[in-house]
Design a protein around this ligand. Structure first.
Ligand SMILES: [Mg+2]
Length: 166
């Protein structure tokens, strides 16, 4: 909801009128049941609007990152997949192996004598995300929607997803 839409919203106008009337009656604000209902409805609309905006931004960010990664890798001479190559199981398996290799690099960073370089550790995990988004974007898979859907699903999984130890 834009600021202009908010200012023109009947509920907001009602609330502005309530506030104005209370100021002219000495500043004591006594809310009627209708006013409380208006506030509830408005807050609900704003929260829903904010959640939808967050979801749209998240989907867009994943998609834009995937496109940028694809373009950088293509410019560096790496092969680019297409959605038609979803049946190239060997090719996709190779990419999954490379995702694993980045996780291993992060693990090795933790094992280094003398302590972990946390910048290097973060970079290795960034490599994991880059490889995942590179592959999914090229195959036409919607990671933004998938991540949001999985977060929603996890909300209903309960305490440690059914009492798992780790
Ligand atoms: Mg790496």
């Amino acid at each position: 909801m834009t600021k202009s839409e908010l200012n023109n919203c009947p509920t907001v106008r009602n609330l502005q009128r309530f506030l104005h009337e209370s100021e002219t009656k000495g500043g004591t604000l006594v809310l009627s049941r209708d006013a409380v209902k208006d506030i509830y409805d408005l807050m609900r609309c704003l929260i829903i609007d904010e959640v939808q905006s967050f979801e749209t931004k998240t989907e867009t960010v994943f998609s834009e990152l995937g496109e940028t990664i694809r373009n950088v890798n293509k410019a560096n001479g790496w092969p680019v997949l297409t959605p038609e190559q979803r049946n190239d199981i060997q090719g996709i398996a190779t990419r999954i192996a490379l995702m694993h290799s980045e996780l291993s690099e992060a693990l090795e960073e933790l094992r280094k004598p003398g302590g972990t370089d946390w910048d290097c550790f973060t970079t290795e995990l960034a490599d994991v995300i880059i490889r995942i988004l590179d592959t999914t974007h090229q195959l036409g898979l919607d990671m933004g929607t998938a991540v949001l859907a999985k977060i929603e699903k996890n909300k209903a999984r309960g305490w440690r997803h059914g009492g798992k130890a780790i």
